[in-house]
Design a protein around this ligand. Structure first.
Ligand code: PEP
Ligand code: MN
Length: 339
């Protein structure tokens, strides 16, 4: 961190400020310029509040050299993290597709979708039992009995399951769930992040609707700082000025996250546009762009879906699509497009 001190800074205040830093075991490298004094602060500055320092009367500007995320940072962990979800690997060259309905609705629906997505090449089954709906009058999910239906589908198909947890009080129902999804709206639910951090279960961390890359990685850092490093990031579209689509898929997040972090990143083309016809181009763009996997909503009867029907693919559409996704993935590998 480099702190630019104002030219007219009060000497006593400056001495006091420097002692405050050295008492925290930082080493200081001051250098006197014509108009400003620069102080280089050496040490782990992630715990320092740059905005607080900037608000001091004697300080002109604070420049961060080191990102505030450490455990998620590729600089300190150059090799890719590989996350194992009940035997299915994501990251470090491993690519996987998670698919299934937005919400678990009936035993037949889940089983039918599970068999269909497995036959099409998905290796993880998704389904929501606790649903974060914008309206309190919309279907809120089946709750614990929905998770039982997912577990039954896991038993029958052998597919590991991923489902969203909205609150720490719900974690008691997730013992047999292979991966915990933190939804976009909960990306900064710090109590929840800390609780899933205490578990030894993979976490799918969706990007908040308006979260910056740094905020997203700081959310991952919350989980990792509690000891759980099995995290897959998921870009699901961000809120922009565009109104035609539900959200805007930020494809730039793929190379940027690969650069900033060692954690795998998958893409969710379903929530991004909110339209089933957009799922195909966005899936192929994401795969071509080097994503470590995809999460796609599939419903056996989208017109009757209780949640997110307009963006769901029918099993036959999904099966058509996965062929092309795998072909695209082969091209990425064959021509080393992911370098
Ligand atoms: C979902 O996966 O069904 C979901 C609610 O996702 P998001 O949190 O990205 O809106
Ligand atoms: Mn959904």
């Amino acid at each position: 961190m480099i702190i630019t001190v104002k030219s007219n800074a009060d000497k006593d205040q400056l001495n006091e400020f420097q002692s405050w830093l050295t008492n925290q075991d930082y080493t200081l490298h001051p250098s006197q310029g014509a108009n400003y004094t620069l102080i280089g602060v050496i040490g782990d500055t992630s715990a320092l509040d740059a905005r607080l320092i900037e608000s001091l009367e004697i300080v002109d500007k604070v420049t961060r050299i080191q990102e505030p995320f450490k455990k998620a940072n590729r600089k300190f962990h150059p090799q890719d993290t590989i996350v194992d979800i009940g035997g299915v690997k994501i990251g470090g060259g491993h690519f996987a597709i998670m698919a299934g309905p937005c919400s678990v609705e009936t035993p037949e629906q889940v089983i039918e979708c599970a068999h269909a997505v497995k036959a099409a090449g998905a290796t993880i089954l998704r389904g929501g039992a606790f649903k974060p709906r914008t309206s309190p009058y919309s279907f809120q999910g089946m709750g614990p009995s929905g998770l039982e239906l997912l577990e039954a589908a896991k038993k029958e198909t052998g597919l590991p399951i991923v489902s969203e947890v909205m609150d720490p009080s719900q974690l008691q129902y997730f013992d047999n769930v292979d991966m915990l999804q933190i939804g976009a709206r909960n990306m900064q639910n710090f109590t929840l992040l800390k609780e899933v951090g205490k578990l030894r279960k993979p976490v799918l961390l969706k990007r908040g609707l308006s979260a910056t890359y740094e905020e997203w990685l700081m959310a991952a850092e919350y989980i990792m700082s509690e000891g759980n490093e099995q995290i897959v990031l998921c870009e699901r579209g961000i809120r922009t000025f565009e109104t035609k689509t539900r959200n805007t898929l930020d494809v730039t997040a793929i190379p940027m996250m690969h650069e900033l972090s060692h954690l795998p990143i998958i893409m969710d083309p379903s929530h991004a546009a909110g339209m089933s016809r957009m799922v195909r181009p966005l899936s192929l763009a994401s795969t071509g762009g080097g994503a470590d996997g995809l999460m796609i909503e599939v419903h056996n009867d989208p017109a009757k879906a209780l949640c997110d029907g307009p963006q769901a693919l029918r099993p036959d559409q999904f099966s058509d699509l996965t062929k092309d996704i795998f072909a695209m993935r082969e091209i990425v590998i064959k021509h080393n497009l992911n370098k």
